[in-house]
Design a protein around this ligand. Structure first.
Ligand code: HEM
Length: 417
């Protein structure tokens, strides 16, 4: 590609200032070169809403990105066992599969989600949120809202849904962290160590879920694992390996994202007292408010696709073998789609944001994620009327997610109920 075709715009999405606030640079990139080849990321960066939205339907863009890595490793027997084991688990995840493999997995998972009756889970989620707020209220001074509330909630919910015993739920959190270390973690010298940790966690999780499967086979319950196993006699039923991988995916996909959805939402509100007061005065606004908070600073910044057929986007030719980054954070702030996109307007309607993706891979846990975010934000605002920021948050240097390390806050006195 020649320099004239590829304008020199800042495109390092991992730079510290871009991690802290990616939006000014993304506006610049979208305005100067909306379909941009980045040498830094070795990928095309798509930043316009219409291009990102269309990309979800474009069959030239494949999600099948773990299987090729696994196949390449087979040629290189010197690779660490840990990495291969982690990739082996991830290879059958629907999120990194194309049809027809994806279609089969998605159908089975969608059936299990439906059977859970997410709409009836508000009581269970409210109870979990309130327990964590109680714990937070027992502390004083500056405390991390992520550690106390946003982080433990999603794994507790998913472990409960999968039918794990209450005393085992904390272990799900550790396993999810270990998987995240491999998927998003540090490189360099930390690499071998993190893969070893992940392998240990993976083995523990594997045997725990297999024991749960054995129990459910003789004694099925109302839980999601039992629902996933209900097809045992059917031709397209999930093998035990696939069941383990599916549980790991649900845990992994629903954890960091929901934690960051809650944390980013509270940060956005605490930084905008007018909108915070508005939500306190009009709590019934919580539905559209959560949509706007997901648009404004959603937990997923970038989704990755591999190109499997030549395709044109915005006058650029994108070739097989290249990589494409769908920059959701840019699409959701595109002024061509959203009026005054950098303003948080809790009543914004319509709000066709792309925080949950679109098309065949659109988030299968979106209803649950929305409910968890709604309940967490509502209960925190209702029970912590003096909640205030106690310092600037530190953002993780991540390409894929928009995630804070900590969110230091004080709660004043708070309410016990
Ligand atoms: C606010 C929180 C969440 C956000 C922003 C989010 C976002 C997304 C996005 C953007 C995708 C599309 C990925 C792609 O196209 O490559 C996705 C897929 C997925 N999400 Fe979520 N998610 C959230 C919470 C959850 C929860 C709570 C669960 C389950 C418990 C979950 C399970 C999944 C699964 C299994 C997929 C793959 C679907 C498929 O490939 O067909 N997510 N999510």
């Amino acid at each position: 590609m020649s320099a004239t075709e590829n304008p020199a715009v800042p495109d390092d999405l991992l730079e510290p200032s871009a991690s802290a606030d990616p939006y000014p640079a993304l506006h610049e990139l979208r305005a100067a070169d909306p379909v941009h080849w980045s040498e830094k990321h070795r990928a095309w960066l798509l930043t316009r809403y219409d291009d990102v939205s269309a990309a979800f339907q474009n069959k030239a863009f494949s999600s099948d990105r773990v299987r090729p890595l696994l196949a390449a490793r087979a040629e290189r027997p010197d690779q660490p066992e840990a990495t291969t084991a982690v990739l082996g688990l991830m290879a059958s995840w629907m999120v990194v599969s194309d049809p027809p493999a994806h279609t089969r997995l998605r159908k089975l998972a969608a059936g299990a989600f439906k059977g859970q009756g997410i709409a009836r889970m508000d009581g269970m989620i409210t109870r979990i949120v309130d327990e964590h707020i109680d714990g937070f209220l027992r502390g004083s001074g500056a405390q991390d809202l992520i550690e106390h509330i946003a982080y433990p909630l999603p794994t507790t919910v998913i472990a409960t849904m999968l039918g794990a015993a209450p005393e085992d739920r904390d272990r799900f959190r550790e396993w999810s962290d270990e998987l995240a270390l491999v998927a998003f973690g540090a490189g360099g010298t930390a690499r071998a160590e993190r893969h070893e940790r992940a392998l240990r966690g993976l083995r523990e999780m594997d045997s725990y879920i297999r024991e749960l499967i054995a129990k459910r086979r003789t004694d099925p319950g109302e839980d999601m694992l039992s629902a996933l196993m209900a097809h045992d006699g059917d031709a397209d039923h999930l093998s035990d390996d696939e069941l383990v991988a599916m549980c790991a995916l649900l845990l992994f996909a629903g954890h960091e994202t929901t934690t960051n959805s809650i944390a980013n939402s509270l940060l956005a509100l605490l930084r905008r007292p007018d909108q915070l007061d508005r939500l306190r005065r009009e709590p019934e606004l919580i539905g559209p408010a959560v949509e706007e908070l997901l648009r404004f600073d959603g937990p997923i910044k970038v989704l990755i696709r591999w190109v499997v057929a030549e395709t044109a986007v915005g006058g650029r030719t994108i070739s097989p073998g290249e990589r494409v980054h769908l920059v959701l954070a840019a699409a959701n702030r595109d002024p061509a789609k959203f009026t005054d996109p950098d303003s948080l307007d809790l009543g914004r309607a319509p709000n066709p944001h792309l925080a949950f993706g679109k098309g065949i891979h659109a988030c299968i846990g979106a209803q649950l994620a929305r409910m968890e975010t709604r309940i967490a934000v509502s209960r925190i605002l209702a029970r912590l009327p003096e909640l205030a920021l106690a310092g600037d948050p530190q953002w993780k240097p991540s390409l894929a997610s928009r995630a804070m390390e900590t969110l230091p806050v004080t709660h004043g006195a708070g309410r016990t109920s």
